[in-house]
Design a protein around this ligand. Sequence first.
Ligand code: GRF
Length: 196
Amino acid sequence: MKRLAVLLSGRGSNMEAILGHTRPSGTLDGIAQIAVVAANQPEAGGLTIAAEAGIPTRVIPHRKQPRRQFERRLIAALDPFSPDLIVLAGFMRRLSPLFVSHYKNRIVNIHPADTRLHQGLDGYRWAFERGLQESFVTVHLVDEGLDTGPIIGRHPIDLTGCQSLAEVERRGLAVEHQFYSAMIRHLLEKQELSEG
Ligand code: GRF
């Protein structure tokens, strides 16, 4: 069983979806478990969801300290759980080479747009304001850049007839909640192959 460390900063709907997929007949059933959920925001809703599910949680605030110190503390919190994969799920901090090199090729992120067309915040607003009929969700490995790492997979979001940003988000998140676990499974199976 592979071990996931999930990092988040807010609501945690992707973490909750992944958790659901680790349960019987889910995409990750028998393949992975969430070993720890860590947040840089003490009030992140995802922490409560994880704690209620009996998953260990850690809060590592990022404020009032140099980035390297924050990342060293984050690594010190995660390493005891021996994670096979670091799963960013709405984690709103850029990660420096210190963290990225420690978990080289083992950090994955989900981005609510095509990372080749839009990087950074507000991917759904970006699609809505352009009136796009179709957008994408991207799952990619994390490197030192902002949403620049190698793409693992992209999934289309049908936006035809969307009248509001809320509707764009609703359709996008419905895709995210299935697609992220499928891509995590794909990555873990590849890891298995390269180790075996
Ligand atoms: C998602 O839209 C994800 O693509 C982006 O941040 C949002 C996190 O939502 N990186 P949640 O906290 O998982 O509900």
